[in-house]
Ligand binder design. Structure first.
Ligand code: NDP
Length: 297
Protein backbone atom coordinates (compact mmCIF):
# COMPACT_ATOMS: atom_id res chain seq x y z
CA UNK A 1 0.00 0.00 0.00
CA UNK A 2 1.49 3.34 -0.98
CA UNK A 3 0.70 6.58 0.83
CA UNK A 4 -0.83 9.27 -1.37
CA UNK A 5 1.11 12.47 -0.84
CA UNK A 6 0.95 15.97 -2.33
CA UNK A 7 3.88 18.40 -2.32
CA UNK A 8 3.26 22.12 -2.90
CA UNK A 9 6.19 24.49 -3.46
CA UNK A 10 9.01 23.27 -5.67
CA UNK A 11 11.57 25.92 -4.72
CA UNK A 12 15.27 25.63 -3.93
CA UNK A 13 14.66 23.28 -0.99
CA UNK A 14 11.19 21.96 -1.87
CA UNK A 15 12.39 20.32 -5.08
CA UNK A 16 15.09 18.09 -3.52
CA UNK A 17 12.71 17.28 -0.64
CA UNK A 18 9.94 16.21 -3.03
CA UNK A 19 12.36 13.96 -4.95
CA UNK A 20 12.48 11.61 -1.94
CA UNK A 21 8.74 11.12 -2.21
CA UNK A 22 8.89 10.14 -5.87
CA UNK A 23 9.82 6.54 -4.99
CA UNK A 24 7.76 3.36 -4.80
CA UNK A 25 6.45 4.02 -1.26
CA UNK A 26 4.37 7.03 -2.26
CA UNK A 27 1.90 8.11 -4.92
CA UNK A 28 2.95 11.73 -5.43
CA UNK A 29 1.22 14.76 -6.89
CA UNK A 30 3.01 18.12 -7.06
CA UNK A 31 1.80 21.68 -7.43
CA UNK A 32 3.85 24.83 -7.94
CA UNK A 33 2.75 28.45 -8.48
CA UNK A 34 4.81 28.53 -11.68
CA UNK A 35 3.16 25.51 -13.29
CA UNK A 36 6.05 24.75 -15.67
CA UNK A 37 8.24 23.68 -12.71
CA UNK A 38 5.63 21.17 -11.53
CA UNK A 39 5.21 19.85 -15.06
CA UNK A 40 8.98 19.40 -15.47
CA UNK A 41 9.28 17.71 -12.05
CA UNK A 42 6.34 15.39 -12.79
CA UNK A 43 7.73 14.42 -16.17
CA UNK A 44 11.16 13.56 -14.82
CA UNK A 45 10.09 11.89 -11.56
CA UNK A 46 6.93 9.98 -12.43
CA UNK A 47 4.67 12.21 -10.33
CA UNK A 48 1.36 13.85 -11.25
CA UNK A 49 1.38 17.61 -11.94
CA UNK A 50 -1.72 19.02 -10.25
CA UNK A 51 -3.57 21.98 -11.75
CA UNK A 52 -4.34 23.67 -8.40
CA UNK A 53 -3.76 23.23 -4.66
CA UNK A 54 -7.23 21.63 -4.41
CA UNK A 55 -6.40 19.23 -7.24
CA UNK A 56 -3.08 18.29 -5.54
CA UNK A 57 -4.77 17.67 -2.18
CA UNK A 58 -7.64 15.59 -3.54
CA UNK A 59 -7.14 11.97 -2.45
CA UNK A 60 -3.93 12.74 -0.51
CA UNK A 61 -3.62 11.58 3.08
CA UNK A 62 -0.61 13.86 3.67
CA UNK A 63 -0.12 17.25 2.01
CA UNK A 64 3.21 19.03 2.38
CA UNK A 65 3.71 22.76 1.82
CA UNK A 66 7.11 24.47 1.54
CA UNK A 67 6.60 28.14 0.67
CA UNK A 68 8.50 31.29 1.67
CA UNK A 69 6.26 32.41 4.57
CA UNK A 70 3.28 31.09 6.55
CA UNK A 71 1.00 33.73 5.06
CA UNK A 72 1.59 32.19 1.60
CA UNK A 73 0.31 28.88 2.98
CA UNK A 74 -2.69 30.56 4.63
CA UNK A 75 -3.58 32.20 1.32
CA UNK A 76 -3.68 28.79 -0.39
CA UNK A 77 -6.45 27.53 1.89
CA UNK A 78 -9.50 29.23 0.43
CA UNK A 79 -11.44 29.49 -2.80
CA UNK A 80 -12.60 26.84 -5.27
CA UNK A 81 -8.98 25.94 -6.09
CA UNK A 82 -7.79 26.20 -2.48
CA UNK A 83 -6.47 23.44 -0.25
CA UNK A 84 -9.64 23.29 1.84
CA UNK A 85 -11.63 22.44 -1.28
CA UNK A 86 -9.43 19.39 -1.89
CA UNK A 87 -8.42 18.14 1.56
CA UNK A 88 -10.58 15.32 2.92
CA UNK A 89 -11.60 15.07 6.57
CA UNK A 90 -8.89 13.07 8.34
CA UNK A 91 -6.13 14.29 6.01
CA UNK A 92 -2.99 15.96 7.39
CA UNK A 93 -1.26 19.17 6.30
CA UNK A 94 2.47 19.23 7.11
CA UNK A 95 3.87 22.72 6.65
CA UNK A 96 7.64 22.62 6.03
CA UNK A 97 7.78 26.38 5.49
CA UNK A 98 10.04 28.18 8.00
CA UNK A 99 6.93 29.89 9.24
CA UNK A 100 5.76 32.05 12.12
CA UNK A 101 3.97 30.61 15.15
CA UNK A 102 0.97 32.97 15.12
CA UNK A 103 0.03 32.23 11.51
CA UNK A 104 0.59 28.49 12.00
CA UNK A 105 -1.76 28.61 14.98
CA UNK A 106 -4.41 30.36 12.84
CA UNK A 107 -4.02 27.79 10.06
CA UNK A 108 -4.24 24.92 12.55
CA UNK A 109 -7.46 26.33 14.02
CA UNK A 110 -9.08 26.62 10.55
CA UNK A 111 -8.09 23.08 9.63
CA UNK A 112 -9.17 21.59 12.95
CA UNK A 113 -12.67 23.02 12.33
CA UNK A 114 -12.71 21.11 9.05
CA UNK A 115 -11.50 17.85 10.65
CA UNK A 116 -8.01 18.14 9.10
CA UNK A 117 -4.76 17.80 11.04
CA UNK A 118 -1.89 20.31 10.93
CA UNK A 119 1.71 20.28 12.11
CA UNK A 120 4.42 22.88 11.51
CA UNK A 121 7.56 21.05 10.39
CA UNK A 122 10.29 23.46 9.25
CA UNK A 123 13.59 21.94 8.19
CA UNK A 124 17.28 22.66 8.48
CA UNK A 125 20.29 21.25 6.67
CA UNK A 126 20.07 23.33 3.51
CA UNK A 127 19.81 22.19 -0.08
CA UNK A 128 22.64 19.66 0.41
CA UNK A 129 20.85 18.09 3.39
CA UNK A 130 17.61 17.99 1.39
CA UNK A 131 19.35 16.28 -1.54
CA UNK A 132 20.74 13.61 0.81
CA UNK A 133 17.42 13.11 2.63
CA UNK A 134 19.30 14.13 5.76
CA UNK A 135 17.36 17.16 6.96
CA UNK A 136 16.63 17.94 10.58
CA UNK A 137 12.88 18.45 10.90
CA UNK A 138 11.48 20.31 13.92
CA UNK A 139 7.83 19.68 14.55
CA UNK A 140 5.15 21.59 16.42
CA UNK A 141 1.72 20.09 17.09
CA UNK A 142 0.06 16.94 18.25
CA UNK A 143 2.38 13.94 18.78
CA UNK A 144 -0.20 11.57 17.24
CA UNK A 145 -0.24 13.66 14.05
CA UNK A 146 3.56 13.61 13.97
CA UNK A 147 3.44 9.81 14.25
CA UNK A 148 1.15 9.74 11.20
CA UNK A 149 3.52 12.02 9.27
CA UNK A 150 6.60 10.02 10.23
CA UNK A 151 6.85 7.76 7.12
CA UNK A 152 6.79 10.87 4.92
CA UNK A 153 9.10 12.96 7.12
CA UNK A 154 11.63 10.17 7.51
CA UNK A 155 11.90 9.90 3.72
CA UNK A 156 13.18 13.52 3.70
CA UNK A 157 14.90 13.87 7.05
CA UNK A 158 17.25 12.06 9.39
CA UNK A 159 16.59 13.79 12.71
CA UNK A 160 12.93 14.46 13.41
CA UNK A 161 12.21 16.18 16.71
CA UNK A 162 8.91 16.93 18.38
CA UNK A 163 9.43 20.42 19.83
CA UNK A 164 6.07 21.24 21.44
CA UNK A 165 2.67 22.59 20.46
CA UNK A 166 1.70 24.27 17.16
CA UNK A 167 4.28 26.92 16.29
CA UNK A 168 7.07 25.40 18.40
CA UNK A 169 8.86 24.13 15.29
CA UNK A 170 8.58 27.57 13.69
CA UNK A 171 9.92 29.32 16.80
CA UNK A 172 12.89 26.96 17.12
CA UNK A 173 13.73 27.21 13.43
CA UNK A 174 13.65 31.02 13.60
CA UNK A 175 15.96 31.12 16.62
CA UNK A 176 18.37 28.68 14.93
CA UNK A 177 18.52 30.94 11.89
CA UNK A 178 18.93 34.05 14.02
CA UNK A 179 22.06 32.36 15.45
CA UNK A 180 23.24 31.63 11.89
CA UNK A 181 22.79 35.32 11.04
CA UNK A 182 24.68 36.45 14.16
CA UNK A 183 27.54 34.10 13.26
CA UNK A 184 27.74 35.32 9.65
CA UNK A 185 27.68 38.98 10.65
CA UNK A 186 30.10 38.68 13.57
CA UNK A 187 32.57 36.57 11.56
CA UNK A 188 32.48 39.19 8.80
CA UNK A 189 33.19 42.04 11.24
CA UNK A 190 36.02 40.08 12.84
CA UNK A 191 37.67 39.03 9.56
CA UNK A 192 37.41 42.54 8.11
CA UNK A 193 39.06 44.01 11.19
CA UNK A 194 41.75 41.33 11.15
CA UNK A 195 42.51 41.78 7.45
CA UNK A 196 43.04 45.50 8.04
CA UNK A 197 45.27 44.63 10.98
CA UNK A 198 47.41 42.56 8.58
CA UNK A 199 46.09 39.04 9.32
CA UNK A 200 45.06 37.09 6.21
CA UNK A 201 41.53 35.63 6.44
CA UNK A 202 42.82 32.11 5.64
CA UNK A 203 45.17 32.36 8.61
CA UNK A 204 42.47 33.83 10.85
CA UNK A 205 40.00 31.04 9.95
CA UNK A 206 42.66 28.36 10.44
CA UNK A 207 43.14 29.55 14.02
CA UNK A 208 39.49 30.35 14.81
CA UNK A 209 38.39 26.94 13.51
CA UNK A 210 40.76 25.26 15.97
CA UNK A 211 39.55 27.56 18.76
CA UNK A 212 36.45 28.51 20.70
CA UNK A 213 35.15 31.15 18.28
CA UNK A 214 34.35 28.69 15.51
CA UNK A 215 30.89 28.19 14.01
CA UNK A 216 29.32 26.74 10.88
CA UNK A 217 29.91 30.18 9.35
CA UNK A 218 33.64 30.13 10.09
CA UNK A 219 34.11 26.43 9.33
CA UNK A 220 32.09 26.14 6.14
CA UNK A 221 30.42 29.28 4.81
CA UNK A 222 33.41 31.63 4.89
CA UNK A 223 36.02 29.21 3.47
CA UNK A 224 33.71 27.93 0.74
CA UNK A 225 31.78 31.03 -0.20
CA UNK A 226 33.37 34.26 1.03
CA UNK A 227 37.10 33.67 0.61
CA UNK A 228 36.44 32.16 -2.83
CA UNK A 229 33.99 35.04 -3.63
CA UNK A 230 31.72 32.29 -5.04
CA UNK A 231 28.59 33.28 -3.05
CA UNK A 232 26.39 30.53 -4.58
CA UNK A 233 22.66 31.09 -4.17
CA UNK A 234 21.29 28.29 -1.99
CA UNK A 235 19.20 30.15 0.55
CA UNK A 236 17.96 33.61 -0.23
CA UNK A 237 18.89 36.52 2.02
CA UNK A 238 15.22 37.55 1.85
CA UNK A 239 14.33 34.29 3.64
CA UNK A 240 16.99 34.69 6.33
CA UNK A 241 15.78 38.27 6.89
CA UNK A 242 12.28 36.83 7.37
CA UNK A 243 13.58 34.18 9.83
CA UNK A 244 15.53 36.63 11.99
CA UNK A 245 12.46 38.88 12.03
CA UNK A 246 10.35 35.97 13.31
CA UNK A 247 12.93 35.17 16.02
CA UNK A 248 13.02 38.82 17.11
CA UNK A 249 9.21 38.78 17.32
CA UNK A 250 9.23 35.54 19.35
CA UNK A 251 11.67 37.14 21.82
CA UNK A 252 9.50 40.27 22.09
CA UNK A 253 6.33 38.18 22.55
CA UNK A 254 8.05 36.27 25.35
CA UNK A 255 9.26 39.54 26.96
CA UNK A 256 12.87 38.43 26.75
CA UNK A 257 15.42 41.27 26.59
CA UNK A 258 16.96 40.60 23.17
CA UNK A 259 19.03 43.54 21.95
CA UNK A 260 21.33 41.30 19.90
CA UNK A 261 18.46 39.57 18.10
CA UNK A 262 16.67 42.86 17.42
CA UNK A 263 19.87 44.42 16.04
CA UNK A 264 20.57 41.36 13.89
CA UNK A 265 17.03 41.58 12.50
CA UNK A 266 17.67 45.23 11.56
CA UNK A 267 21.02 44.44 9.94
CA UNK A 268 19.61 41.61 7.83
CA UNK A 269 16.58 43.71 6.88
CA UNK A 270 18.95 46.46 5.68
CA UNK A 271 21.15 43.93 3.83
CA UNK A 272 18.10 42.43 2.12
CA UNK A 273 16.85 45.88 1.04
CA UNK A 274 20.31 46.83 -0.25
CA UNK A 275 21.08 43.57 -2.08
CA UNK A 276 17.63 42.59 -3.36
CA UNK A 277 15.41 39.52 -3.59
CA UNK A 278 17.82 37.24 -5.41
CA UNK A 279 20.90 37.68 -3.17
CA UNK A 280 22.09 34.67 -1.15
CA UNK A 281 22.11 34.89 2.66
CA UNK A 282 25.93 34.86 2.87
CA UNK A 283 26.00 37.99 0.69
CA UNK A 284 25.03 39.98 3.79
CA UNK A 285 28.83 40.01 4.18
CA UNK A 286 28.98 42.21 1.05
CA UNK A 287 26.70 44.76 2.70
CA UNK A 288 29.09 45.07 5.62
CA UNK A 289 31.99 45.29 3.17
CA UNK A 290 30.22 48.13 1.34
CA UNK A 291 29.76 50.00 4.62
CA UNK A 292 33.38 49.34 5.58
CA UNK A 293 34.70 50.33 2.15
CA UNK A 294 36.78 47.16 1.71
CA UNK A 295 36.71 43.41 1.19
CA UNK A 296 37.68 40.47 3.38
CA UNK A 297 40.97 39.44 1.72
P1 NDP B 1 12.46 29.61 -2.93
O1 NDP B 1 12.34 31.06 -2.96
O2 NDP B 1 13.55 28.92 -3.67
O3 NDP B 1 11.08 28.93 -3.49
C1 NDP B 1 9.84 29.35 -3.01
C2 NDP B 1 8.76 28.43 -3.52
O4 NDP B 1 7.49 28.91 -3.06
C3 NDP B 1 8.66 28.38 -5.04
O5 NDP B 1 8.16 27.11 -5.41
C4 NDP B 1 7.64 29.48 -5.33
O6 NDP B 1 6.94 29.29 -6.54
C5 NDP B 1 6.68 29.28 -4.17
N1 NDP B 1 5.95 30.50 -3.83
C6 NDP B 1 6.47 31.71 -3.55
N2 NDP B 1 5.47 32.56 -3.20
C7 NDP B 1 4.31 31.85 -3.31
C8 NDP B 1 2.96 32.18 -3.11
N3 NDP B 1 2.58 33.41 -2.69
N4 NDP B 1 2.02 31.22 -3.32
C9 NDP B 1 2.39 29.99 -3.73
N5 NDP B 1 3.66 29.60 -3.94
C10 NDP B 1 4.61 30.54 -3.72
O7 NDP B 1 12.45 29.18 -1.40
P2 NDP B 1 13.14 27.92 -0.70
O8 NDP B 1 12.70 26.69 -1.39
O9 NDP B 1 14.59 28.18 -0.51
O10 NDP B 1 12.46 28.02 0.75
C11 NDP B 1 11.16 27.54 1.04
C12 NDP B 1 11.01 27.55 2.57
O11 NDP B 1 12.00 26.70 3.14
C13 NDP B 1 11.22 28.95 3.18
O12 NDP B 1 10.37 29.15 4.26
C14 NDP B 1 12.68 28.90 3.63
O13 NDP B 1 12.93 29.81 4.69
C15 NDP B 1 12.79 27.45 4.06
N6 NDP B 1 14.16 26.89 4.04
C16 NDP B 1 15.00 27.03 2.95
C17 NDP B 1 16.28 26.52 3.00
C18 NDP B 1 17.25 26.63 1.85
O14 NDP B 1 18.43 26.26 2.03
N7 NDP B 1 16.84 27.11 0.67
C19 NDP B 1 16.79 25.82 4.20
C20 NDP B 1 15.81 25.65 5.24
C21 NDP B 1 14.58 26.20 5.16
P3 NDP B 1 7.50 29.86 -7.95
O15 NDP B 1 8.28 28.73 -8.54
O16 NDP B 1 6.27 30.19 -8.69
O17 NDP B 1 8.33 31.08 -7.64
Amino acid sequence: MTTTVAFLGLGAIGTPMARHLAGPDFTLSVWNRTAAKAAAFAASHGARAASSPADAARGASVVITCLPVSRDVELLLDGPDGLLAGLARGALLVDCTSGDPATSQRIAARLTEAGIGFIDAPVSGGVVGAEKGALTIMVGGDAALLARAMPVLSAMGQKIVHCGGIGAGDALKAVNNALLAVHIWSAAEGLLALSRAGVKPEVALDVINASSGRSNASMNLFPERVLTRAFPRTFRLALLDKDVGIAAQVARDQKVPSPLMQLTAELFRASHVALGEEADHVEAVKYLEQMAGGEIK
